[in-house]
Ligand binder design. Sequence first.
Ligand SMILES: Cc1cc2nc3c(=O)[nH]c(=O)nc-3n(C[C@H](O)[C@H](O)[C@H](O)COP(=O)(O)OP(=O)(O)OC[C@H]3O[C@@H](n4cnc5c(N)ncnc54)[C@H](O)[C@@H]3O)c2cc1C
Ligand SMILES: *[C@@H]1O[C@H](CO)[C@@H](O)[C@H](O)[C@H]1NC(C)=O
Length: 434
Amino acid sequence: MLTTMLQRVAVVGAGAAGLCAARHILARPSIFTSPVVFELSGEVGGTWCYDERVGSDEKGRPIHSSMYRDLRTNLPKEVMMFPDFPFDAQLSSFLPHQEVQRYLDQYCQNFKIQPHIRFNSTVERVKPVVMSTDGREKTVWEVTSSDSSGCQKTDRFDAVFICSGHYSDPHIPNIPGLENFRGKVLHSHSYRYPEPFSGQSVVVLGAKASGLDISIEMAKAGAQVTLSHGYPPFTFPLHPGIQQCSSLVAVEDDGRVRFQDGSVGEADVLMFCTGYNFKYPYLDGQDLGLEIQNQLISPLYRFMMPPAFPSIFFIGICKLICPFPNFNCQVQFALAVLDGSVSLPPRAQMEDDIRRELQEKLDRGVQHRHLMKIQLEQWDYCQDLASCAGFPPLPPVIRSLYEEVWRQRGIHLENYRKVNYKLVSDTRWEAVSS
Ligand SMILES: Cc1cc2nc3c(=O)[nH]c(=O)nc-3n(C[C@H](O)[C@H](O)[C@H](O)COP(=O)(O)OP(=O)(O)OC[C@H]3O[C@@H](n4cnc5c(N)ncnc54)[C@H](O)[C@@H]3O)c2cc1C
Ligand SMILES: *[C@@H]1O[C@H](CO)[C@@H](O)[C@H](O)[C@H]1NC(C)=O
């Protein structure tokens, strides 16, 4: 009789990605033991756990969540959901953050994940150890964690899922003279609500999802907002109180701000909505054969695993994606790698493939810092994972509705959330009047 040892898997983080990993591991009890999910906070949901505090918590740890008080999702629940676990049908399509946290709680209960989470437990170090048994090399992962009393412990695993999120470490671009600015400098990570900005002049840097949202919130609360960005000027109407401006290029000696077009102005606040850095304090890139930079982790085969150690998986690190469905595909693919139903090319070939793909993008003019944005490729990417690993692909209706909402957002920036949607089949959705 052939006996195989069950594999032990560690999951770092109990946000959406970590819960998804745990859910699929628990569904394969003949291959994996129950996972150990390490979660530094006392609850599940990660980013979706709103925390009014900014800076650091009572234990001196940096606040993880970048959620603001009045955030509503920018994707309808019909495409945001994990494909195997719909949101409550009574809810409208665009939800306040509390409803997403509640959903993740329900997901956790439904799939009985809670007993496998070690709360208040921070992963301090994840390290591969190569062992050889019977002349065969095998990687074992040592995961060192500390509990709330600071007590450290090291456990060994066969595989690790990295699900610690990447919207916590603010990215602030280099602005010459920034130290001369006399007002307040903030990053959207530490923005919670608009009232304190009433009557102030605020320069918002960056006009992606959070830059636009926060500009509107502040303008409604009576701030004079200058939305500074490097795109061609937007043609859709902006809320009264918001004016557009080219990129901020410097702060002058006298504290005034200077823009690309040469104009100079004064402001009370600079609000950086300029994105986040990848940050994994518990990983040493060199151990893994990886370069972990602010905006790029490389080489990662299929944006998940380092070719040198294909038993550690980064889940959800691509940008401009439909997050939960993407995590769901990645996790199932990763588990198919571990159970042997997907076989990977040899290390050298994976490295070549990655290098070639990144180079092709650079040749097409994609900037280095945008290499992990896969908005247009994301559907082929997920489809490919599904067909290689043999799980059901995302139904086409997800892409279709995602793209529709993306279009609507570009036209009706302030009103696109008023529409509700319904999935009527795998290929069709409808807008429902409310
Ligand atoms: C402001 C904002 C708005 C967003 N809006 C939307 C939206 O409308 N729709 C959408 O689909 N997505 C949205 N997103 C994207 C969102 O990030 C994803 O939906 C998803 O929540 C990411 O989940 P995650 O599990 O990868 O990371 P997180 O949610 O960040 O979870 C990571 C978890 O890991 C834990 N952790 C971190 N380090 C350690 C450690 N060393 N040891 C133990 N545990 C650790 C953290 O405590 C946290 O619980 C938004 C993101 C932000 C920041
Ligand atoms: C985690 O710590 C908080 C206080 O920091 C505490 O209230 C909570 O009960 C702890 N949770 C667990 C599951 O130990």
